[in-house]
Design a protein around this ligand. Structure first.
Ligand SMILES: [Zn+2]
Length: 455
């Protein structure tokens, strides 16, 4: 492949270093040189393409380490569990993958998917059959018979939606090996769940330490890392001790849990964009005030521990939880950076480093992508303006001028307008029961969402 040069831009290299002016020379899909060296080398070799990045920030593409591409902006777990079809959900995911490219996302970690079909999309993208970001995939999320965050919607055994229930140590070993056999890059575990009539608020750890250790040992033997959904101190501590390689959420850590994570420098992807959207925009979708406060407390309760973890060198990764209607594909992949800046005291450049260099961990490509430096793969975006001064600029596709993966520019045209798919969405006739009081009485406050039913 011949050379390509991006000229006249302001480069944010993804390492946390301030922006600097200069050129980026790309050869054979990799960054060959940066700055004056790039200009010098470009003058000595034939350059077939020049991209003028004047007025733009040139930076590594964003990496979203928590994006469920098979869920299709679902409004509920029930919709994902019962309305989806295997082949069609993979095809729809391919359509949605284009929205991610338009948002400057060049890589994503898909933690768990319906019919474990995102390994198919990953392979189709790698084979150049469809266009999308680089993908790294989990398969079904493992849960114990106690369940996860969808309660009794989940079958006692086998699969439901994106879950697989394992009810014994033998089943744990068998399922981990099966998922790896069929191409899982990661094993995803729902370490916590919600059970009815539990004594305290919040999610409960639904695995024993022994079970988690067995799971990790089985996966690690086959060179496969393990990631876990953990809400609550006990679960986070237990996951850390068992050998987890990545922890999602890690909310409500206590000193012991924090220490266990810090000792092992286990990356955390808090994935708080979902909550942040509820806090800032819940009033636009009729969310009750008390629920908005509840979501905000989930963020603010984590301020001290996340800040401490970051300062102690624990990598914070960015994840959007896209896949649900509150976080539609293409719109919010930048927003976790805003959460890190607003709540956890990171500088914008540090937050960008989280979304690029650090989140490469989610792709299992640390040192290969996420940085603009010689030898790195050329996963690069050009964004209008100074991104470190206005991170939200990344939210507008009109600002994203260029997106390349391995030095190949991607199609950023708007996908064709979509029409409804029969039987795809869960029908709802509204959240309010039409009692005679509603019909004839004074106006009622909106009915709050039920927390236990949310992901
Ligand atoms: Zn998720």
């Amino acid at each position: 492949m011949s050379d390509l040069i991006i000229e006249n831009g302001r480069i944010i290299d993804g390492t946390g270093k301030p922006a600097f002016e200069g050129s980026v020379l790309v050869r054979d899909g990799k960054v060959k040189a940066v700055g004056v060296v790039a200009d010098k080398e470009a003058s000595e070799a034939p350059v077939t393409k020049r991209i003028d990045a004047a007025g733009h920030t040139v930076m590594p593409g964003l990496i979203d380490t928590h994006c469920h591409l098979s869920f299709d902006d679902a409004g509920s777990n029930a919709e994902i569990f019962h309305q989806r079809r295997n082949a069609l959900s993979a095809l729809v995911a391919a359509y949605n993958a284009r929205k991610l490219l338009r948002a400057g996302v060049t890589g994503l970690l898909d933690p768990d998917s319906t019919f474990e079909n995102m390994t198919d999309l990953r392979d189709a993208i790698e084979a150049n059959i469809v266009e999308g970001p680089r993908m790294s995939c989990g398969s079904y999320a493992l849960i114990t018979g106690v369940g996860g965050t969808a309660g009794r919607l989940i079958n006692d055994e086998g699969t439901t939606g994106y879950y697989m229930a394992v009810n014994s140590k033998d089943e744990i070993v068998r399922e981990v090996r099966r998922q790896i056999k069929y191409g899982a890059d990661w094993i995803k575990v729902h370490v916590t769940g919600i059970i009815p009539r539990q004594a305290h608020k919040g999610e409960l750890c639904v695995w024993t330490l022994d079970e988690l250790k067995l799971l990790c040992d089985t996966a690690h033997e086959l060179e496969t890392p393990v990631m876990g959904h953990c809400r609550g101190a006990g679960a986070t501590k237990r996951a850390a001790e068992a050998g987890f390689d990545l922890i999602f959420h890690a909310t409500a850590m206590d000193d012991d849990a924090l220490q266990a994570v810090v000792d092992r420098k286990i990356p955390i992807a808090p994935a708080l964009t979902f909550q942040a959207n509820m806090v800032d925009f819940g009033h636009k979708i009729g969310t009750a005030d008390y629920l908005m406060k509840l979501f905000e407390s989930e963020i603010t309760d984590s301020i001290d521990t996340m800040t401490a973890a970051h300062k102690a060198g624990v990598p914070l990764l960015t994840g959007s939880e896209a896949g649900f209607s509150l976080v539609p594909y293409g719109d919010w992949h930048y927003r976790e950076m805003e959460v890190f800046v607003k709540y956890f005291g990171l500088s914008p450049l540090e937050a960008i480093q989280c979304a690029t260099q650090k989140s490469a961990i989610g792709l299992k490509m640390e040192g290969e992508v996420g940085v603009i430096a010689p030898g790195y793969r050329a996963d690069i975006i050009c964004v209008k303006g100074k991104v470190e001064e206005d991170i939200a600029a990344l939210g507008d596709p009109d600002n994203i001028a260029t997106v390349m993966i391995d030095g190949v520019e991607k199609d950023l045209s708007e996908p064709p307008e979509r029409r409804p798919i029969p039987g795809w969405r869960l029908a709802s006739i509204g959240e309010t029961r039409l009692t005679r009081q509603v019909a004839f009485g004074p106006a009622q406050p909106p009915q709050p969402l039920i927390v236990e039913e949310l992901h």
